[in-house]
Design a protein around this ligand. Sequence first.
Ligand code: XMP
Length: 606
Amino acid sequence: MSSHDKIAVIDFGGQYAHLIATKVRRLSVLAEILQPEDRAEAFAPFKGIILSGSPALSAYDEDSAYDKRIFDLPIPILGFCFGHQEIAKHYGGQVEHTQREYGPAILEIRGQSPIFKGLGPEETVWMSHGDTVTVLPPGFQEVGISLAAKDAPPHRNAAIASEAMRRYGFQYHPEVDDTLNGEAMLRNFVVDICGCRQDWTMDLFGEEEGARLREKAGGRGVFLLASGGVDSTVCAVLLGRALGPRQVHLLHIDNGLMRKGESAQVVAEFHKRGLGENLHFADASGRFLGALEGVVEPEKKRRIIGDTFIDVFRDEASRLDLSGCLLAQGTIYPDTVETGGTRRADTIKTHHNRVPVIEEMIRQGLVVEPLAELYKVEVRELGEALGLPEDLVWRHPFPGPGLGIRLLCSDGVPTEAAPDAGDALKRVLEPLGLHGGILPVRSVGVKADLRSYEQPVMIWGGLPWSGAEALAARVFQEVPGVNRCAVDLTGKGFSTARPLAATVTRERLDLLREADALVMEGLRRHGLYRTVWQCPTVLVPLELDGRGREFVVIRPVLSERAMTARPALLPPALLEELRDAIMALPGVSGAAVDVTTKPPGTIEWE
Ligand code: XMP
């Protein structure tokens, strides 16, 4: 099938192997994930092997089960963390539970190994281990030691190499973004040491996936739910290329929770791409809003949106008579794994991509997921390779439940702050000449990997934007029961804030759509749309000092994979424009910009 040079990654658990494979593919070299149970013969077609780390296994405790004959193969091998320790152990070194290291460390490079070509003498690397290689195996050199900080005691054998055997081990994780030059280290191994040609591109991925789709579908139709987001759109275009428009049935459901004008745009876009032949549109907004009537609790809203979606999907599928069709899904890799901080998002995505009806179809072999191995950034590259316009490829991720989770609801009962929270906030702000107040509502956040459901703080009084993130961090440290910090855009602050009873209504959604459209246009106008990962606009039903009904929060974030995030600093000119335009909308009581990192806040407010 594939004539590309390729690297095998042995998956010892967790998410490491996928991330390694992704990083290798970013070097334009094909990487495939193999399992510990695979026999050594299966590795013969590869130009090199990478042994992943493992969150569960310990090279010290166990005689790990995989085919050790891989070490007899005449191809280079590189191991990370657990994989590094396995290499050391196999060649006669020793691994012990002695020193732990977590987080960033300084790697001091020793000697002139080709694995560190162009790097050093000091590199920032990311550690997460409790076992250490304490005795270097014969024939190996220590090519790096690590230090937690400049004057800390060194950890030996942080990087080891046998140039003669072409065996290498890193105690740290070069695949994570926090190892700043991890990509260069991987490149040295994959390209220089293994000699892989860098000829695997997203174009080829598209062609190869297309061929697989043709083979799987045969003459059958393929049905795809097309929300208009990047993933489903790239998937639709890939299907269209592979099978021709006649075989591709698209269904776009308007759940009433989309952005302003979005459904019409999505339908128009598919027509423009030649996929209009079997394009179906269902306006189910009435059904969704009906199901959400009177509901306040965020988790309940999510459940209702997810369940209604499945009901509508079922009804539409039987109306369109899609028996005999395959179901395609634009599932991407992070959708299928447990992702720590975003576990909640997964539960909801489970609603859409892994509900019982769909799981049954998967068991029957009726589901295709051509993007299932890719991360968002790769889906975007594939979209570009398929000729999709930049505007669409860089569209911000939009959650399945849409504006439904950005329209906060309330029963009108104020949330009481912790007794000493107000004083603690004053103690932080007053010495800086700033003011603040705790809002009498709650919003979702995440602390130590667990969901928190705590209160937001609003700050005003001439705070320099560059200091906002650090100030927020202090507030979280010192004020109990708080998980978000927003800076007032009007500068007026408030003395009384009162939550109003509010649920999901068309009128509130329309207001949110207007505010959201202003924010999106503003980001585009200032050339910031692509830099910012996502920028939810949130409506909170709050009256401030007797004014208005809706408090508007803008949440611009920078992120790579949405598991963690930092607030994006928007230019003051844009913030002023947004403040004026948003405050002019009817019923708006105030406007603020969220400056919270994730954790402790999530990206969405809910
Ligand atoms: P949080 O709010 O947990 O969000 O920081 C992380 C990322 O996930 C998105 N998100 C969702 N995506 N269905 C989705 O498809 C959901 O229910 C959902 N909830 C959150 C969110 O927009 C962000 O990109």
